[in-house]
Design a protein around this ligand. Structure first.
Ligand SMILES: [Fe+2]
Length: 265
């Protein structure tokens, strides 16, 4: 399969450029798309993918949030629960508008699937050739959100990422219980910065590739986020267990990576 990244970037910049990029919330998604593309490129190289696969993967990363632009125009929010599933919206936009000469049929299908499924809680079993690219996008997207939160923490503006939330409220009991029982949390149970931080920490368990988890650890964000939580025994016990699970997950991913297989089984 092949994709022409330069053509895809031209198409994306023209598509996104038709929205009002002077609106900070829209500009933020435009920047995020390019940042995820950069992270995806670093990851694909770390995974030692052949150049053709890198081009498809990087293209998928750039396109992943195509649905965000019309979502914000139509609903004025990025909250899927109150508007539209932005992965599905991106899939619809690309199904209608993706340029014919930018990829062959197989790569086009992979790109559409990667966009469609990038934001779902779990990745279903798709065609085997699509899976690595879907996983790359999901890892790069998560990593860039960690980096964004890190930048905002440095600037003291992290609260602006969560408009309408009670930033300094304590952890939600419902969310705490959900994470204790399922090792993941849903946004409908989150209302404070700590709630979102706890959900984000669980993302580490959903990382697909060893180099991604290594980059996340190297950023220092997991430790930094952990330090925000209160010292209450129940919360610390949950964090202890969570970090043990992350270490186990990393060992499993490293075994796969070092065995020369580039994909989780
Ligand atoms: Fe997204």
């Amino acid at each position: 399969m092949f994709a022409r990244f330069e053509k895809i970037r031209e198409w994306f910049d023209r598509y996104a450029g038709a929205f009002d990029l002077s609106v900070p919330m829209i500009q933020m998604k435009y920047k995020h798309s390019h940042d995820v593309m950069s992270v995806g490129k670093t990851l694909a190289h770390a995974l030692e993918w052949p150049p053709g696969d890198v081009e498809v993967g990087v293209s998928a990363c750039l396109l992943h949030d195509t649905g965000r632009f019309s979502q914000y125009r139509d609903f004025g929010t990025y909250y899927d629960g109150a508007s539209v599933d932005h992965g599905e919206r991106g899939f619809e936009v690309l199904s209608a508008d993706f340029p014919d000469d930018a990829a062959d049929a197989e790569a086009r299908e992979v790109l559409l699937q990667a966009v469609r499924w990038h934001n779902k809680k779990n990745l279903p079993e798709l065609a085997p050739e699509a899976m690595p690219f879907c996983r790359l996008v999901r890892d790069a997207d998560k990593l860039d959100v960690f980096y964004l939160v890190q930048r905002r923490m440095d600037e003291g503006t992290v609260g602006e990422l969560l408009p309408g939330h009670i930033i300094n409220a304590p952890l939600s009991e419902t969310l705490l219980r959900e994470v204790e029982e399922h090792w993941s949390g849903t946004y409908k149970n989150a209302s404070s910065l700590l709630d979102f931080t706890l959900i984000q920490l669980t993302w580490a368990l959903d990382i697909n590739f060893a180099p991604s988890l290594q980059m996340l650890e190297d950023s220092g964000m997991l430790t930094r986020m952990r330090s925000l939580f209160p010292k209450e025994p129940r919360v610390q016990a949950l964090l202890d267990r969570l970090f043990t699970c992350i270490a186990d997950h990393k060992r499993a991913l490293m075994t796969i990576f070092e065995s020369g297989r580039r994909l989780p089984a």
